[in-house]
Design a protein around this ligand. Structure first.
Ligand code: SF4
Length: 313
């Protein structure tokens, strides 16, 4: 763990390089706090995907998140040079849903629309009719107007969508999950509620249904941030990756208290990105860190992402 002064030094070095080389840094809410502090934009998957429509003027984008997010950025910005600080930062949930599993489900249910969560690799996105994020999943599914759908890869998000919309969801695969969000338990949340009876409990829809059921609010990270900013309450129990709590503590009023629903809810894959790696990728731009999706796959994946924007406009 670098010291505070080393962090400051690296941040200043990156800010200088960023200016000289016309670099734009996009970072997910689960990134380390020192990365969040130097990002040009910080957000959840939906906010970061929407960036693509904003014609960012820069020579390169450094995307701090995991593999599928950088792929999405590249798919929606085919002319941009999208680099990642650490190519090994991959989302285990996305790897649970290879193209072959989606193809098999489509063969078994040829009449059902395929809705996939953005937490999928490009090869799976290319098999979807429409994409969704945790922020807009229910809205996308309602707008489709179908009474049954194939939904992947997160089975908890599928259950949340089914509960919210009444649309029957067939999970693809049957048991896809986020290794971080399944660590939250209803027992621990009830224990915290007992200890802090005036706290509001917010959890992510990637948590198990028993956890969602004991929460006051089930929301994506951007929705959680807005909720705590707007709320008159003072104490919040937060059931998502701890990076969002770092952001809340930095950006929301000092009078508000954020209690992690689990101290161990850390996505090690997200945390593989570091300031040193960001600096190095800007300096040497190694080919292995450049994200490019083959155009035949990117085109189909882009259609599914654009359908999501169309249905939620
Ligand atoms: S928090 Fe979960 S869904 Fe997000 S990148 Fe980590 S493993 Fe994947």
């Amino acid at each position: 763990m670098p010291t505070k002064s080393r962090i400051r030094e690296l941040q200043e070095e990156i800010l200088k390089l960023k200016k000289n080389e016309n670099v734009f840094i996009a970072a997910h809410n689960y990134q380390r706090p020192e990365i969040q502090e130097i990002a040009d934009v910080l957000g959840d998957s939906l906010e970061l995907a929407m960036l693509a429509q904003k014609n960012i003027e820069c020579d390169i984008i450094v995307f701090c998140g995991v593999d599928f997010m950088a792929e999405t950025m590249s798919i929606l910005n085919p002319d941009a040079q999208v680099y990642v600080p650490e190519p090994k930062a991959k989302c285990p949930m996305a790897t649970m849903c290879p193209k072959s599993i989606v193809e098999k489900a489509k063969k078994e249910h040829p009449d059902l629309p395929v809705v996939l969560y953005v937490n999928t690799l490009a090869e799976a996105k290319a098999e979807a009719d429409v994409m969704c994020t945790s922020a807009n999943a229910a809205k996308v599914v309602e707008a489709l107007g179908s009474d049954k759908i194939l939904f992947g890869p997160d089975a908890n998000l599928a259950a949340y969508v089914e509960k919210r919309t009444g649309v029957k969801t067939i999970p693809v695969p049957e048991d896809g999950y986020c290794i971080v969000h399944v660590r939250f338990t209803a027992d621990k949340i009830l224990e915290l509620k007992n200890k802090y009876p005036d706290a509001i409990v917010l959890v992510h829809p990637e948590c198990d249904m028993e956890v969602q059921e004991v929460a006051d609010v089930v929301a994506s990270t951007s929705q959680m941030l807005k909720y705590v900013q707007d709320s008159k309450e003072k104490k919040f129990i937060i059931g998502t990756e701890t990076g969002l709590i770092d952001r809340m503590r930095r950006e929301v009023s000092e009078n508000k208290i954020f209690i992690p629903a689990s101290e161990t809810a850390v996505c090690r894959n997200m945390k593989l990105n570091t300031l040193e790696k960001i600096r190095d990728v800007i300096i040497s731009k190694p080919h292995k860190n450049l994200i490019k999706v083959p155009e035949n796959i990117a085109e189909k994946a882009r259609n599914a992402l654009e359908k999501m924007f169309e249905l939620t406009r």
